[in-house]
Design a protein around this ligand. Structure first.
Ligand SMILES: [Cu+2]
Length: 418
């Protein structure tokens, strides 16, 4: 991180400050990272230091996108913004603690940070930001992407400060907080992954939105103490699909809300988020996240949820989807019950097994890889790893299509279970 941050600070593009018409003290600051090189059909992910406003003030809005060297916004079919998370370094996270407070994130759905008027995320000139990116290149050749982020920033007045509350069904589980939806259920069946969080203080939630992946139906925010469901974030689907398909496409938008009155929550309230997915087909490496902004303050008991200003989009059920492998598996058919995972190749790409067999992948590369089902009777995946083994017992017959989600065009495998 230290080496990267020096490079970044040396090379980062300076902000341009444009006063907006709406408010004399509100500025739009734009920052651009140095070039991030992404191999053809590949994925690049890395933490880096991120430039931040060099004057005390408040973040009141934020968005990020991937641009090319000329500043042109990249579509999903070039270098795509897969995930990006911004954090304030040296401040403990609200739900996970540690050394960085997550305060803004975007995925394919491009959910901007927006706070109602009068609220702001306080920031000092001396605060340090970091970002964690994951970019995906849908072209065969290596390309550079630049992350350009825009900060709507208020100075010279006192706003009501907000705290970011990051709720994640796999919270605090590391840099790849994913789970697998097994699939195989009937049409309209669902699979839900949940997590709870007990509020350490009272206040009002004035903004929030969710993040899910392909196959997701909604992220619910519930207050289990009060028996209420103040908000659910729902996906909008559609738009041009990235080509070639290197993962199941995510929503193009997630519904979000702002509310100056805010959703009341009391200290000790048990919050719960539910990530609800379609379970008629497998959806691997799924996520379920909701980022909320709390204005701390006195709240007693269970108050009514005020009318929320919801940016709804056009929500619908996720489209049915069948993911082909980026290339056909090659080589002789293997009946062995294990294979090696090397750099950019599975030892056996075509495998036939008897139902009930436990199959073992032995990771022996110099880089991280994984095993991810993209289609088949049951969805499962192995975490990113460089060494060790992963096993799966195949209890359902059928054809399983697998790849490495970090090297999807190179590392493919097909396992037929009879
Ligand atoms: Cu790999």
């Amino acid at each position: 991180m230290a080496r990267i941050s020096r490079v970044l600070l040396a090379a980062a593009t300076a902000a341009l400050a444009l006063p907006t018409l709406a408010h004399a003290a509100e500025r739009t600051l734009t920052f651009t990272t140095p070039a991030i090189s992404v191999e053809g059909y590949g994925v690049a992910q890395q933490p880096m230091a991120a430039e931040s406003p060099k004057v005390d003030g408040y973040v009141v809005g934020m968005e990020a996108e991937v641009v090319d060297a000329k500043g042109r916004v990249q579509g999903r079919d070039k270098v795509m913004l897969h995930h990006i998370v911004f954090a304030k370094v040296g401040v403990p996270d609200y739900t996970c603690g540690g050394a960085a407070e997550r305060f803004f994130a975007e995925g394919e759905e491009r959910l901007a940070l927006a706070l109602p008027r009068g609220y702001g995320y306080a920031n000092k000139a001396t605060d340090r930001w970091g970002l964690l990116y994951m970019l995906m290149n849908h072209k065969p050749q290596r390309l550079n992407g630049f992350i350009r982020y825009t900060v709507h920033y208020v100075t010279g007045e006192t706003l009501t400060p907000v705290k970011p509350i990051w709720l994640d069904v796999r919270n605090c589980s590391g840099p790849d907080p994913v789970f697998d939806v097994p699939g195989g259920g009937r049409t309209f069946s669902t699979f839900t992954k949940s997590a709870g969080f007990t509020m350490p203080q009272s206040g009002r939630i004035v903004s929030g939105g969710g993040h899910i992946h392909g196959g997701g139906m909604r992220v619910e925010l519930r207050n289990a103490t009060c028996g209420t469901k103040p908000f659910e974030s729902r996906p909008t689907w559609g738009g041009p699909k990235p080509k070639p398909l290197l993962h199941e496409p995510g929503p193009t938008k997630m519904s979000s809300f702002t509310s100056a009155a805010g959703i009341p929550v009391a200290k000790g309230d048990r919050l719960r988020i539910n990530a609800v997915y379609d379970n008629s087909a497998p959806h691997t490496r799924a996520m379920g996240i909701m980022l909320l902004f709390l204005a701390p303050g006195a709240v007693e008991g269970c108050g009514a949820t005020p009318a929320l200003d919801v940016d709804l989009g056009r929500p619908s059920a996720p489209p049915a989807f069948s993911m082909p492998l980026p290339r056909a598996p090659k080589g002789k058919i293997s009946r062995a019950t294990s294979t090696v995972v090397g750099d950019f190749q599975y030892g056996a790409e075509r495998v036939v097994l008897r139902r009930g067999t436990t199959f073992t992948w032995r990771f022996m590369g110099s880089l991280q890889h994984d095993v991810t089902v993209v289609g088949g009777p049951v969805g499962f995946s192995a975490p990113w790893t460089q060494s060790g083994i992963f096993t799966h017992r195949f209890t359902k017959a059928g054809t399983y299509r697998l790849f490495c989600s970090l090297h999807p065009s190179k590392m493919v495998q097909q396992i037929t279970v009879r």
